[in-house]
Design a protein around this ligand. Sequence first.
Ligand SMILES: Cc1cc2nc3c(=O)[nH]c(=O)nc-3n(C[C@H](O)[C@H](O)[C@H](O)COP(=O)(O)OP(=O)(O)OC[C@H]3O[C@@H](n4cnc5c(N)ncnc54)[C@H](O)[C@@H]3O)c2cc1C
Length: 316
Amino acid sequence: MAKVLVFIDNPGAALKKSSLELLTIARSLGETVAAVNGELHDDVASTLAAYGTQALYRPSAADLDDYLVGPKAAFLAAAADAAGADVVLAENSAEGKEIAARLGIRLGAGVITDVVAVDPDGTAHKSVLAGSYTTTAKATTPVSVLTVKPNSVTPEPAVTGTAPESIPVQVPDVTAAAARVTARTEKPASGRPDLSEARVVVAGGRGVDGNFGPLEELADALGAAIGASRAATDAGWIGHDAQIGQTGKTVAPQLYISAGISGAIQQKAGMQTAKVIVAVNKDAESPVFEIADFGIVGDLFQVLPQATAEIKKRRG
Ligand SMILES: Cc1cc2nc3c(=O)[nH]c(=O)nc-3n(C[C@H](O)[C@H](O)[C@H](O)COP(=O)(O)OP(=O)(O)OC[C@H]3O[C@@H](n4cnc5c(N)ncnc54)[C@H](O)[C@@H]3O)c2cc1C
């Protein structure tokens, strides 16, 4: 049976949905073990048990979060060696991919990024060329490293779960040579879900003309995250971390509401795998309607407030 090591980087008080997804995929491939960096809260430990984690590898060294990716990759490589892992699963974030690349070099392992599904035999499925093709890939090396996009599977706990054994891993001393984080500034919390993981996304483009207010009200009525096209982020109407598309974030929510976005190929690349796409655009010829499941031809400043009012009414 394959041994699958899931990397969980500084989980905080509770595991993120994307971590639960990795644990769910791991179980479909073989025996799950986890390498957890950072403090281990009781809730996190019990969730790891509930998701069928057999063993927990913990760094013996100082807090790795004071460093950039190098020491984390070193820890993960030592954990993969100690576990005898055949597959390592990590997040598909920019940091997750960089750690995967460094891990690939350390282990001589094939690395596959942007994975959207994994077959039980380890074959990975990827969405490529701005989402226009789906390809399959399998590493031919003894160990493979996969970074998996969020919202790829529905998290499911194991049928039975027992507390995993905790195993300390000696982290090679790369910390001396590594750049050190000297200060952190907390990003103001919006109270909305994380864009990459949100089940509902409301995204605005040039058509919002600098006013994201109606989108924010709709997003709050739906518990959604706010996204944007590059035209909107380049105009400075919203931060660059809200950009969705080829050079922004890739999202795959259950529902994507696109407002005042024309649907350029670079924008589609980041959102076309959404389950249901609703487009609001005043131009009936706009290409966004080619991929929309529901299209509303109209002015977003009239359509969105009506939608928000109706949702609020129905929710009571
Ligand atoms: C290398 C490269 C990478 C890129 N990466 C990205 C990326 O990651 N993400 C991305 O989004 N773009 C990206 N772009 C830019 C992309 O090509 C488009 O220029 C951009 O997506 C357009 O943004 P938009 O749809 O908001 O603006 P526009 O194309 O100007 O469309 C605005 C739309 O709003 C509609 N509208 C206007 N007013 C209203 C109203 N009141 N109510 C309803 N509808 C209204 C208009 O009919 C129009 O369809 C990239 C481009 C390049 C070259």
